[in-house]
Design a protein around this ligand. Structure first.
Ligand SMILES: Cc1cc2nc3c(=O)[nH]c(=O)nc-3n(C[C@H](O)[C@H](O)[C@H](O)COP(=O)(O)OP(=O)(O)OC[C@H]3O[C@@H](n4cnc5c(N)ncnc54)[C@H](O)[C@@H]3O)c2cc1C
Length: 427
C-alpha cells in the first residue's frame, strides 16, 4: 500500500485562537500553510469550559483586532459558546485553510532532507516548518496530595459543568484562581456549602475609576511585561466576568457563606489539613489589588485624565470569622463534603512533538516562540513573549511576530547567488 503524503510549507497544529491567529498572519504574508485540528475549531471553548463560563475580559478587549462580536455591547462579557462562534466566524472571514478531525500523532525531523514528517490520524504530511498551537492548558493537573477516598467525588475544574452534576452535599474547591473562585461562587449560589482553599493569588479590581482592569493592564504596560516578577511565577490571577463582571472579593465570598481555608496541604484519611496561610494569602492579594489602584491613580494624575474618583474601592469589608479563626483541618465526612473540585491548573503535553525543542525537564525551549529546533515554533504558551501570551488579544500579536520570523526565513532560503540566478534564467 502506498501512503499518500501531503507536502506543505508550514503546518500549524491546533485551531484554537492561537492557530487561527497564526493562519491569518501567514495568509497575509503569502506563506503556504495548513492548520490541522483534531476536533472542531475553538474546541476548548466549547467542551473544555463549564456551562456558565463567560470570558474574563469584556468583548472590546478579548477579541482579535479585525472583527467585533456580533450583537454585543463593548463592555459585555461573551459566553463560552459565543467565544467559540466568534473564532469560527473569524476563521471563515479570511478562509483559513483548516482541516478539522485530524489528530497529529507524531512529528519528527527528517534525517536526510530538510523539514519534518508529520504523522496524523489522516495520513502523513511533509512540512518545512511546524507551529505547535495546541494550547497552554492541555492536561488538567491534580496534585499528588489528592486522596484515594471512596465515597468522595473528585474532579478537575476542566470537567466541572454545573452544580447539578455533583452529588448532593458540601464541596471543597481547591484553588482560588479565576476558575476556583467562579465555581465556588456558583456552587454557593446554588445552595451548596462550599469550602474554598485559597493559595497565593493576584486579584485586580474588575474596574477602577470607570476603566476595566484589562484597560488598566494595557495602559500600564502590564500585559506586555516580558516575564513574571520573581516569586510570582506560580501566582494565579483571580478575576471574573460572571454576572456582568465583578471584582473577586474573598471577604464578600465569605459573607455569602463560603468558608475560606488556607492552602490544601495534605490528607489523612478523611481529614484534610490546610496551611495556616489564609490571612497571609489574602493580605498579599489585597496588596496586589491596592498596587493596581495606586498605579492607576498615578497614571491618571500624570496624564491629567478626567476620570471620577472612587474612594470606596479602597474600603474593605470586615475580616470574616473564617479568616480570623481559620480552619486548619476538616473532617470531610463530618462536614458532609461529597465532592472535591481541583481547580489546580494545567500542564502541556507535547509527547507527539519528537524534536529537539525541549530542555532536560521536558519544558519547551524557545526564544520568543522560536524553538531550539530550527523550523519548530511554539505559540500560546504562558509568558511566551509577554504576560498576555495566553490571552485572546495577546496571542494574535505573538502570532504576528512568529509569522514574520517564518516569512523572513523563507526569504533567506529563496535567495539565489549570481551563478544560480544565471543558471536559473538559462534553464
Ligand atoms: C477556564 C478558562 C477560561 C479562560 N478564559 C479566558 C478569557 O476569558 N480570556 C482570555 O483571553 N483567555 C482565557 N483563557 C485562556 C486562553 O484564552 C484559552 O485557554 C484558549 O483556549 C487558548 O487558546 P489556544 O488556541 O492557545 O489553545 P486551545 O484553545 O486549547 O486550542 C488548541 C487546539 O489544539 C487542538 N489540538 C491539541 N492537540 C492536537 C493534536 N495533537 N493534533 C491536532 N490538534 C490538536 C485542540 O483540539 C484545540 O482545539 C481561559 C482559559 C481557561 C482554561
Amino acid at each position: 500500500m502506498t501512503v499518500e503524503k501531503t507536502s506543505i510549507d508550514t503546518l500549524v497544529i491546533g485551531a484554537g485562537q492561537a492557530g487561527i491567529a497564526m493562519s491569518e498572519h501567514l495568509s497575509n504574508l503569502d506563506v503556504p500553510h495548513l492548520v490541522l485540528e483534531r476536533s472542531r475549531v475553538a474546541e476548548a471553548w466549547r467542551s473544555g469550559r463549564w456551562d456558565s463560563l463567560v470570558a474574563n475580559g469584556p468583548v472590546w478587549h478579548d477579541r482579535f483586532p479585525g472583527l467585533e462580536f456580533d450583537g454585543m455591547q463593548p463592555d459585555d462579557f461573551a459566553g463560552k459558546e459565543q467565544v467559540a462562534d466568534y473564532f469560527v466566524r473569524y476563521a471563515e472571514k479570511f478562509k483559513a485553510p483548516i482541516r478539522t478531525g485530524v489528530e497529529v500523532q507524531k512529528v519528527t525531523r527528517n534525517a536526510d532532507r530538510p523539514g519534518f514528517t508529520v504523522q496524523t490520524s489522516q495520513g502523513v504530511f511533509e512540512a518545512n516548518r511546524v507551529v505547535a498551537a495546541t494550547g497552554p492548558f492541555q492536561k488538567p493537573v491534580i496534585p499528588p496530595i489528592a486522596p484515594t477516598l471512596s465515597g468522595i467525588n473528585q474532579l478537575h475544574s476542566a470537567d466541572y459543568r454545573n452544580p447539578e452534576q455533583l452529588p448532593q452535599g458540601a464541596v471543597l474547591v481547591v484553588g482560588a484562581g479565576s476558575s476556583g473562585v467562579q465555581i465556588a461562587d456558583e456552587l454557593q449560589r446554588a445552595g451548596r456549602q462550599v469550602y474554598l482553599s485559597v493559595g497565593a493569588h493576584d486579584r485586580p479590581p474588575r474596574s477602577y475609576r470607570n476603566r476595566d482592569f484589562c484597560w488598566w493592564l494595557g495602559v500600564l504596560g502590564e500585559w506586555d511585561a516580558p516575564a513574571s516578577k520573581p516569586g510570582k511565577e506560580h501566582v494565579t490571577i483571580a478575576v471574573s466576568g460572571a454576572r456582568g463582571g465583578h471584582t473577586v472579593d474573598f471577604r464578600a465570598l465569605a459573607k455569602l457563606g463560603i468558608t475560606l481555608v488556607g492552602l490544601t496541604d495534605s490528607f489523612d484519611g478523611n481529614v484534610v489539613k490546610f496551611k495556616a496561610d489564609l490571612a497571609q494569602n489574602l493580605a498579599a492579594g489585597d496588596q496586589n489589588y491596592l498596587s493596581l489602584l495606586d498605579a492607576a491613580d498615578a497614571y491618571i494624575a500624570r496624564n491629567g485624565l478626567d476620570l471620577p474618583l472612587e474612594p470606596q474601592a479602597r474600603v474593605f469589608l470586615p475580616e470574616p470569622d473564617c479568616v480570623a479563626h481559620p480552619l486548619l483541618e476538616l473532617d470531610l465526612a463530618a462536614a458532609g463534603v461529597t465532592s472535591i473540585i481541583w481547580a489546580t491548573g494545567y500542564a502541556v503535553d507535547y509527547s507527539w512533538l519528537q524534536v529537539n525543542a525541549f530542555d532536560a525537564n521536558g519544558k519547551p525551549q524557545h526564544q520568543r516562540g522560536v524553538s531550539s529546533e530550527p523550523g519548530v515554533y511554539f505559540l500560546g504558551l504562558p509568558w511566551l513573549l509577554r504576560r498576555g501570551s495566553t490571552f485572546i488579544w495577546g496571542v494574535w500579536h505573538d502570532a504576528k511576530i512568529i509569522a514574520d520570523h517564518i516569512a523572513t526565513q523563507r526569504k533567506y532560503l529563496a535567495y539565489r547567488d549570481a551563478g544560480q540566478r544565471k543558471h536559473g534564467s538559462e534553464a
